[in-house]
Design a binder for this molecule. Structure first.
Ligand code: FAD
Length: 223
């Protein structure tokens, strides 16, 4: 094209979007880009293994009205609709041991059993382990941290009784203070959470914490 009607400077999202609109309106357009690639600040690099790495934008903000969503689908791409992590509060990670003690008391009052603590150190260790997951496991999401409370309390057995119940109560409370209501479901007349907690305590999974996190995620809803 030697004599375009419009010249667009820059082949980023804005420039390419403008050029597409102009071309669709049958207006002769030329895009001039200073770099040796298009995309501007949207750039997917690839590791030697082929793993895609976003060096620029990655999230489709306002996806219900973002024109890039329709374009992505038209081009056969899959849109990951997972909630972005910034909607959940990851910094409110710690329960004081007293909080877990009172959660245990509530659990015993609600579901029955024996009150009393067997080893406070084991309870401190359980609470600390969950905080560690939040602070040092970079792949952890909110459900992994909640699951860590449940798993560690069930494993450490700091209470005389009701350790699994206290674990589930701690996980539910942790999700609650972070804006998520944990909803239980029944399968074959059995509580899904209770069954999953027993599986965790009896180590029926190779990675019990992650397995429980998956169960927590399923029936939960953000407020
Ligand atoms: C690290 C990072 C993360 C981001 N994350 C997100 C995100 O998750 N979600 C989101 O929506 N947004 C995100 N953004 C912002 C998003 O990438 C930009 O808003 C968007 O790409 C801007 O598009 P643009 O076309 O306006 O500008 P650009 O992408 O900057 O494109 C401008 C183009 O013009 C070219 N150019 C400039 N001057 C000239 C010239 N004189 N002659 C020729 N060419 C020229 C440049 O080389 C460039 O290619 C992120 C940005 C960065 C850097």
């Amino acid at each position: 094209m030697t004599n375009p009607d419009v010249i667009v400077i820059g082949a980023g999202a804005a420039g390419l979007g403008a050029a597409r609109r102009l071309a669709a309106a049958r207006i002769a357009v030329r895009v001039i880009e200073a770099r040796n690639r298009v995309g501007g600040r949207a750039w997917t690099a690839h590791a030697p293994s082929g793993l895609p790495i976003e060096l620029g934008c990655a999230w489709l903000h306002s996806a219900d009205e973002n024109e890039l969503c329709a374009l992505a689908l038209q081009n056969g791409l899959t849109i990951d609709k997972t909630r972005p992590p910034w909607r959940t509060q990851m910094n409110d990670v710690g329960f004081a041991v007293e909080d877990v003690l009172s959660l245990h008391d509530d659990a015993i009052n609600t579901w029955g059993g024996t009150h009393g603590i067997r080893d406070r150190g084991l309870l401190e260790s359980a609470a600390g382990a969950a905080t560690n997951v939040a602070l040092y496991d970079e792949a952890a999401n909110i459900y992994d941290v909640a699951a860590a409370y449940a798993y560690q309390v069930a494993q450490n057995q700091p209470f005389l009784d009701g350790n699994k119940r206290a674990g589930v109560a701690a996980a539910a409370a942790f999700l609650f203070v972070n804006g998520i209501d944990l909803l239980d479901q029944e399968e074959d007349g059995e509580s899904v959470l209770a069954k999953a907690m027993i599986d965790v305590a009896e180590r029926r999974h190779s990675d019990p914490r992650r397995a429980f996190a998956a169960v927590l995620r399923r029936p939960s809803t953000a407020r």
